[in-house]
Design a binder for this molecule. Structure first.
Ligand SMILES: [Zn+2]
Length: 132
């Protein structure tokens, strides 16, 4: 018999709260890492932009993305975007539902990939077509 988390099901409120907490925590951590990654010269030069990005949240993210000097922190910025999207899906009540087939994504999958927007079956199908 499969474990409960191996089934497709809606996340409980308690689980959603835990995911939200983890996502917000990771978001804070990433912002910290991003400012640490930017060396002092760059930091001085772009102080205004960095501050603006911190203050503005989502809007700041767009500024960061447009600025090529930050290309080396691109991955972290992309993760931040994934976090924002996940938080928005939680707000909209869409979190944990597959964007493709609308079925619930297994909680075990979300534990490993909290930003997953598709169930594993749909993700695998998508990766196959992308390769062709
Ligand atoms: Zn699916």
């Amino acid at each position: 018999m499969p474990a409960k988390d191996q089934e497709r099901r809606r996340l409980t409120d308690k689980e959603l709260q835990a995911f939200t907490k983890d996502l917000l925590e990771r978001k804070r951590q990433l912002w910290g890492e991003i400012s640490d990654d930017i060396d002092d010269d760059v930091r001085e030069e772009h102080q205004e932009l960095i501050q603006m990005a911190k203050d503005a949240g989502d809007r700041g993210l767009a500024e960061l993305r447009e600025n090529t000097i930050f290309s080396y922190i691109k991955l972290k910025v992309e993760e931040l975007e994934a976090i924002e999207e996940a938080l928005k899906r939680i707000e909209d009540g869409k979190y944990g539902r597959c964007q493709n087939c609308s079925r619930w994504i297994r909680p075990a999958r979300l534990q490993v990939q909290p930003y997953a927007v598709r169930c594993r079956a749909c993700q695998e199908k998508r990766e196959l077509t992308e390769r062709i």
